[in-house]
Ligand binder design. Structure first.
Ligand code: NAD
Length: 254
């Protein structure tokens, strides 16, 4: 399939955390299907430019620090500067560990940072996207949540699970409130996916701890998530709205 005949041809899609494990796979897949990815990066400009080169230069790179209160609004301004945006993929995220035995200052700092990056920045981008999509004939939002937001999470990473639960709820509100105006929202809830985030967990807890409760016995590959995002963004998907798509090997079945 050529880029011109791809199912996503002409769609300009902002992907946050575009240089991370899942983000880069999403960018490559969207580009292969003809989209024009707007590749957001936080710090690693070289990785963003290398990714842009891998997709033949058919995209743009945009920097923004989503741990700052203004980061998401700055990012949207940059993304919108070149014209209409058709979809937003809120993929950037962090997973920190903090114990209930931590000092109050460290405890509060961990919760605030996790919520800023994983949820507040995503909510700010959703606000901007909804306004933009309403004015330009519609658009789609994909929020990268997590199984952690559905079933509760580990004692040392409770902020992470809470941010992802909030993201799932936000997705439902958007789908229900703005669907009539052509704004679609979907959450994706992966279990472990083989990326740097998972490797960090494996390093401290071991692989057995990660895959023990996954019936298929393995973590998901980033390409699986990327394929799903591309599917959600197809123009033919007119009723897929408000759902949380589980990609967890059967480790959490609702
Ligand atoms: P990753 O660490 O490889 O990528 C995370 C991305 O977020 C990076 O590109 C990073 O630059 C960006 N980011 C983090 N903090 C930022 C900041 N302050 N400003 C700007 N960008 C920032 O992780 P990943 O595994 O690719 O995760 C992608 C998404 O998938 C995350 O939202 C994560 O929570 C979610 N997820 C991952 C897994 C997993 O097992 N890997 C499972 C469920 C959900």
């Amino acid at each position: 399939m050529s880029v011109e005949s791809g199912l996503l041809h002409g769609q300009r899609v902002l992907v946050t955390g575009g240089t991370g494990g899942i983000g880069a796979a999403i960018v490559e897949r969207l580009a292969a299907e003809g989209a024009w990815p707007l590749i957001h990066f936080g710090r690693d400009k070289a990785a963003a430019e290398a990714l842009l080169e891998r997709i033949g230069g058919r995209g743009s790179v945009l920097q923004a620090d989503l741990s700052c209160a203004e980061g998401a609004f700055e990012l949207w301004r940059k993304a919108q500067a070149d014209g209409r945006i058709h979809a937003l993929v809120n993929n950037a995220g962090i997973r920190s560990e903090v114990s209930v035995d931590a000092e109050p200052e460290a405890w509060r700092a961990a919760w605030q940072k996790e919520f800023q990056v994983n949820f507040f920045a995503a909510a700010d981008l959703c606000k901007q996207a909804i306004q933009h999509f309403r004015a330009h004939g519609g658009g789609k939002i994909v929020n990268m949540a997590s199984r952690a937001g559905q079933r509760g999470y580990a004692a040392d990473a409770m902020p992470y699970g809470a941010t992802k639960a909030a993201l799932v709820n936000l997705t439902k509100s958007i789908a229900a409130s703005f669907g009539r105006e052509g704004v679609f929202a979907i959450a994706i809830a992966p279990g472990w996916v083989r990326t740097a985030m998972a490797e960090a967990f494996i390093e401290s807890h071991g692989k057995a701890a990660a895959v023990a409760d996954i019936p298929v016995g393995e973590m998901a590959e980033p390409a699986e998530l990327a394929e799903l995002v591309a599917f959600v963004l197809r123009a033919s998907q007119l009723s897929l709205n408000g759902a949380t798509l589980d990609v967890n090997g059967g480790s959490y079945i609702r």
